[in-house]
Design a protein around this ligand. Structure first.
Ligand SMILES: Nc1ncnc2c1ncn2[C@@H]1O[C@H](COP(=O)(O)OP(=O)(O)OP(=O)(O)O)[C@@H](O)[C@H]1O
Length: 267
């Protein structure tokens, strides 16, 4: 199993759980979308996987290695196998597109190489090839700040891929984009992860987009998993359960079926 998350828990303060008893596994090749209302814990979950957030309980095994137990060089090595895509792109705006993509090699090359831009011909060719895959071949030498949001996010995808990751984490990658650019970015993300047989975990607010692209959807509400299944199993009722559950009725809701692996189970 590529990723095995066991009873993950995160408390930012003593009082409240941001994540509670989160347990699930992710197999190679899944395109997993995490949905849930604002504040449900989606970012906390995704950022726990590469330890940008330190969990307060539980374990996360990535290729059988417990990421919660590693620090220093071991953590850097582990992170180099996990690519990350951010809502606000995190690109260097005054630098050109090609260089931003080459920065994806940072975890793999020496400081000298990155400081002086001494990337190999092979690395440059790879970066150009990636940019072609996402339709940016005409913008290689443009400053990143001259691009549209959707184009910037496509650069973000290439930078993550440049790392040759096994897993890609995308934290609200289309939250700042208009609907058309959102579709473009999601299509490219799906295409490249399929072509390169990668695994992808994406946080999204847009349920319809989640249903169209995901091979599996996890719904989180108030720090807990309340849905885990195939997109077809995400019915209107299930969506309401994830998003609109009025607090007053939650107590009577013990019988609500937790959908697991596409099949409704009760728990
Ligand atoms: N650094 C932090 N310090 C304290 N509390 C935090 C911190 N980060 C997140 N939280 C809290 O943890 C909970 C989960 O937040 P998180 O950002 O993971 O949710 P989310 O589902 O990603 O929300 P959104 O969709 O709005 O980004 C929220 O109650 C939030 O206020």
């Amino acid at each position: 199993m590529l990723l095995d998350i066991k009873q993950l828990e995160k408390k930012y303060t003593d009082k409240q759980y941001a994540l509670k008893n989160i347990t699930f596994q992710v197999a190679k090749g899944e395109f997993l979308v995490i949905i849930g209302p604002s504040g449900a814990g989606k970012s906390t979950l995704i950022r726990s996987i590469n330890q940008l957030v330190k969990p307060t309980g539980g374990n996360i095994y990535f290729n059988n290695e417990d990421v919660t137990a590693v620090t220093g060089a071991a953590l850097r090595k582990l992170r180099s196998r996990i690519g990350m895509i951010f809502q606000h792109y995190n690109l260097i705006s005054r630098t050109n597109v090609l260089k931003n993509v080459l920065h994806g090699r940072l975890g793999k090359v020496s400081a000298l190489t990155s400081t002086f831009g001494l990337y190999s011909q092979e690395e440059r060719e790879k970066a150009v090839a990636l940019l072609k895959t996402v339709g940016l071949e005409e913008h290689l030498y443009k400053k990143t700040k001259e691009l549209s949001g959707g184009q910037m996010q496509r650069v973000g995808i290439c930078r993550a891929l440049m790392q040759e990751p096994q897993l890609i984490l995308a934290d609200e990658p289309i939250a700042s984009l208009d609907p058309k650019s959102s579709e473009t970015v999601m299509s490219y993300l799906k295409k490249v992860t399929e072509e390169q047989q990668l695994t992808c975990i994406v946080n999204l607010h847009q349920v319809e987009i989640a249903k169209r692209y995901a091979t599996r959807i996890i719904g989180i509400r108030a720090g807990e998993i309340v849905f885990d299944g195939r997109p077809e199993a995400l019915t209107e009722e299930a969506i309401q359960h994830i998003y609109n559950q009025p607090a007053a009725t939650q107590a009577d809701n013990k019988d609500w079926p937790l959908v697991h692996g596409g099949e409704a189970i009760y728990g």
